[in-house]
Design a protein around this ligand. Structure first.
Ligand code: ATP
Length: 304
C-alpha cells in the first residue's frame, strides 16, 4: 500500500444470509484528508467500517488501514483508530468519566485526561452524570470523546452529529477540522449533506455496495445542475433559448419570464443571454444535496 493512503480496500465483498451488503468495494482514502462517505440507508457504509475494524470478515477482498492488513493485524489497526459507532451501547450505571476511563484502559495508547475534559467542556457535557440519565445526544458526545481522546491517526465516524443540536454540531465540525490540522485522517459516514459539504475534502458515494463516485467536494457541487431564472425587459420569442448547449427550458410564465435548467458550464447560456434584453437574472447555488439526490434518482450512472 502506498504510504499516502490511510485506507485502501480492494474488491471488498460481504453478504449476510442472502443480503449482499458490499459488492467489490474499491476505496482509497488519503492520509490527512477528511473523506465523507455518503449513501442511502442500507448502502453498505457501516459494513465497510466494520470490515476495516475486523468486526466482521469480508467474503472476498482485502482492506488496509494505516498500512496494516485489517484482517491480519486488527490489533495494530484498533490501537491507532478512533471509532464512533452508529449505535453506541454504554453501561447505564457508570458515569461518563468512568466509561471514558474504561475505554482508555482498553487502548494501547495513553489518554491525556485533560484532552477528554476539554472535549467534554467544548461539547457541553457533564462527565459526572450517570449514563442512564443522559439524553441521546449527550450519550453521542461520550461516543465522540472516546473516539477522539487518544488522538488517533485515523477517525472512523459513523454519523458523528446524529442527535446533536446545531450549536454542538458546529463544535463537532470544528473539532474534526482541528483533528485534520493535527494530521489525523477522518473518514465519516453522514446523511447530513451540509455537514459533508462544510468539512469533507473529498466525497465517496456508495450505492448498493458499490462505490459510484469519488470526487473533490467542491468539484462535485460545481458539476450539479443549476436553475436559472431570467426576466426580460421586453417580450422575447418563445424559442429564444432553444438549442443552447446544456440548457433545458423548465417554465415560461409569459414572454418575459423564463426559468431554465443548466447542466455543466454556464458559458453557452451567458452568451445567448448577452444578445437578449435581460432585466434580471437569478441563479441558485447547487448544494451537495442536489448532487446526491441526482444519484438517488438515477441508475448507478453519474448525473450530468
Ligand atoms: P444506514 O445508512 O441505514 O446506516 P448503511 O449504509 O450503513 O445504512 P449497512 O448497515 O452496511 O448499510 O447495511 C448494508 C446491507 O446489509 C443492508 O441491506 C442491511 O440490511 C444488511 N445488513 C447489515 N448488517 C446485517 C446483519 N448483521 N445481518 C443481516 N443483514 C445485515
Amino acid at each position: 500500500m502506498p504510504d499516502s493512503l490511510a485506507i485502501q480496500t480492494r474488491g471488498l465483498t460481504k453478504s449476510y444470509a442472502g443480503v449482499t451488503a458490499l459488492r467489490g468495494l474499491d476505496l482509497k482514502v488519503r492520509q490527512g484528508e477528511i473523506f465523507g462517505f455518503l449513501g442511502p440507508n442500507g448502502a453498505g457504509k457501516t459494513t465497510t467500517i466494520r470490515c476495516l475494524l475486523d468486526q466482521i470478515r469480508p467474503d472476498h477482498g482485502t482492506a488496509s488501514v494505516l498500512g496494516f492488513d485489517a484482517q491480519q493485524d486488527p490489533v495494530s489497526v484498533q490501537a491507532r483508530v478512533g471509532y464512533l459507532p452508529g449505535e453506541l451501547h454504554l453501561e447505564d450505571n457508570l458515569s461518563g468519566r468512568r466509561i471514558l476511563r474504561y475505554f482508555s484502559a482498553l487502548r494501547r495508547r495513553a489518554v491525556d485526561r485533560a484532552t477528554a475534559n476539554s472535549l467534554a467542556e467544548r461539547l457541553r457535557l457533564d462527565l459526572d452524570t450517570p449514563i442512564k440519565n443522559l439524553s441521546k445526544g449527550n450519550k453521542q458526545k461520550i461516543g465522540l470523546i472516546q473516539a477522539l481522546m487518544h488522538r488517533p491517526d485515523l477517525l472512523l465516524l459513523d454519523e458523528p452529529t446524529s442527535g446533536l443540536d446545531p450549536l454542538v454540531q458546529q463544535e463537532v465540525q470544528a473539532i474534526v477540522r482541528e483533528a485534520k490540522a493535527a494530521g489525523t485522517t477522518v473518514f465519516f459516514c453522514s446523511h447530513v449533506m451540509s455537514e459533508v459539504e462544510a468539512v469533507a475534502d473529498r466525497v465517496g458515494i456508495i450505492r448498493e455496495g458499490r462505490l459510484v463516485e469519488v470526487a473533490d467536494t467542491a468539484a462535485l457541487v460545481n458539476r450539479a445542475v443549476r436553475h436559472v431564472t431570467v426576466r426580460f425587459q421586453t417580450d422575447v420569442p418563445a424559442d429564444a433559448l432553444e438549442g443552447v448547449r446544456g440548457v433545458t427550458v423548465l417554465t415560461r410564465a409569459d414572454s418575459r419570464n423564463v426559468s431554465v435548467q443548466v447542466e455543466g458550464e454556464m458559458d453557452a447560456l451567458v452568451k445567448a443571454l448577452a444578445a437578449l434584453p435581460v432585466a434580471f437574472l437569478k441563479t441558485n447555488q447547487p448544494t451537495l444535496e442536489d448532487v446526491f439526490l441526482a444519484y438517488y434518482q438515477s441508475d448507478n450512472s453519474p448525473p450530468g
